[in-house]
Design a protein around this ligand. Structure first.
Ligand SMILES: Cc1cc2nc3c(=O)[nH]c(=O)nc-3n(C[C@H](O)[C@H](O)[C@H](O)COP(=O)(O)OP(=O)(O)OC[C@H]3O[C@@H](n4cnc5c(N)ncnc54)[C@H](O)[C@@H]3O)c2cc1C
Length: 412
């Protein structure tokens, strides 16, 4: 097939689609509304901190096959750092208990029988409760599939599911949780090693992709916001960017890799997720104390995950809609008080930045899950990509990249 594939949106879905198509020598034109690529997964220079920071800390797991494949293809897989084995440090801020969760590498989960590997205060039998997620009825919530209370829920399932789904777990889709569990914890500790972009999301996921695309003559056109699509019969006839209209030839295709709210404005009748959840990140410019784990799950506090980078400590709070109206100053103070206590640092607030992402992900509820469209449309040259399309996964890097790969297959 000849022709150009116009990819609209240079987030991870659009970039991964472009990487795959150009690898096969296909003609690609990438259009991005913003002045930079990366969308919801980006690094930027923060002048108040005088540091490059990420819009939000992103955690990958070693079972995220598409994300690792993408990083290999753009030559950045070494940017993803993590322990050699599956290890998660936790702190229960209510009683000061600290532990290391250490699922064994293989699929047979013997770690739940080892007291020094599982959550303190729990028994092996407690872990069977989560099996309800794997056998839940279609359309069930996690609240219907398992007991959402008790020490194991508070110390493990609640925090892990909240961060994977970015939605209150009780109300979230059991099918989405099951998809995550099958590809990670149920696949054994080897698929659950935590991986973090140590030098930032830009260095790991965006800049190497842009360099790869530039070398293949497919550098994005920035500041190019698609305003309107012109439809003609069963195909798209033109893309209208306001200052420029691109007429599509017979062999040309379009991959729309924009967020769902934009896709709904552009495509008549498109049903897509329309309920979203926020994430708050707090960045503190301070060197982590010696021995600080790269990642700590914090239980019983406002702070949920504490990331340690060379030049800063950063906290992620998921499903954070309740915090969107709280002042940044108040959030910085409250979060720092918890971080200082957890890391044994002075109470004086270091330079900080709060990043609120209101529509970080779609709400991972059964109702929203039903609104996710597939990659094909009723127009034969229009394909959809993005973490919100029907990938079977929650809104994640893994899902976004899989959707980009799928659109590339369809557009080939
Ligand atoms: C704070 C935060 C923390 C997160 N943490 C994690 C995590 O720990 N692990 C994980 O796996 N995932 C995480 N995610 C989710 C992950 O970032 C997303 O799933 C992923 O980045 C979505 O990529 P995308 O390409 O589908 O969409 P987007 O990144 O939204 O990309 C869409 C692109 O389209 C562009 N665009 C919009 N309108 C137009 C237009 N009209 N014309 C042209 N271009 C347009 C946008 O500017 C953007 O660049 C997190 C997200 C946030 C916000």
């Amino acid at each position: 097939m000849t022709g150009t594939t116009h990819i609209v949106g240079a987030g991870l879905a659009g970039l991964s689609c472009a990487v795959r198509l150009t690898e096969e020598g296909r003609g690609v034109a990438l259009h991005e509304a913003a002045r930079m690529a990366g969308g919801r997964c980006r690094s930027y220079y923060d002048s108040s901190l005088d540091l490059a920071i990420d819009n939000g800390n992103h955690l990958l797991l070693s079972g995220n096959a598409a994300a690792l494949d993408y990083a290999r293809r753009i030559g950045s897989v070494d940017e993803l750092a993590g322990p050699k084995e599956c290890v998660f440090d936790f702190l229960d801020t209510r009683d000061g208990a600290r532990w290391r969760l250490r699922p064994n590498a293989s699929r047979l989960p013997w770690w739940i029988f080892a007291g020094d590997r599982r959550v303190p205060g729990t028994t092996p039998k407690d872990y069977l409760g989560a099996l309800g997620i794997l056998v839940a009825k279609k359309g069930a919530t996690i609240g219907e599939a398992m007991k959402c209370s008790g020490l194991l829920y508070e110390r493990l399932w609640g925090p892990v599911l909240l961060s994977a789904l970015n939605t209150e777990p009780r109300d979230s889709s059991a099918a989405l949780a099951a998809a995550v569990l099958r590809e990670t914890l149920a696949a054994g500790g080897a698929a659950c090693r935590p991986l973090v972009a140590r030098r930032g999301l830009g260095t790991a996921f965006i800049e190497p992709a842009l360099a790869t695309l530039a070398a293949r003559g497919a550098a994005p056109r920035f500041g190019a916001r698609l305003k309107k699509i012109e439809f003609g019969g069963d195909r798209i006839a033109a893309l209208d960017f306001g200052d420029e209209k691109i007429a599509l030839a017979e062999g040309d295709r379009v991959v729309l890799a924009v967020p769902p709210w934009t896709a709904q404005e552009l495509v008549p009748g498109l049903v897509a997720p329309d309920d979203f959840r926020g994430i708050v990140n707090a960045h503190f410019k301070i060197a982590p104390p010696p021995g600080q784990p790269p990642l700590i799950g914090m239980i019983g506090s406002l702070s949920e995950w504490l990331f340690a980078f060379d030049d800063r400590l950063s906290v992620t709070i998921s499903g954070a809609d309740r915090l969107m109206d709280e002042s940044r100053e108040s959030l910085a103070e409250r979060i720092w008080a918890e971080v200082a206590a957890a890391a044994g640092l002075p109470a004086a607030l270091p330079p900080w930045q709060i990043v609120k992402e209101k529509r970080a992900t779609f709400a991972a509820t059964p109702a929203q899950q039903q609104r996710r469209p597939g990659a094909t449309t009723r127009w034969r040259n229009l394909f959809l990509a993005g973490d919100w399309t029907a990938t079977g996964l929650p809104a994640t890097i893994e899902g976004a990249i899989r959707s980009g790969y799928r659109a590339a297959e369809l557009a080939t």
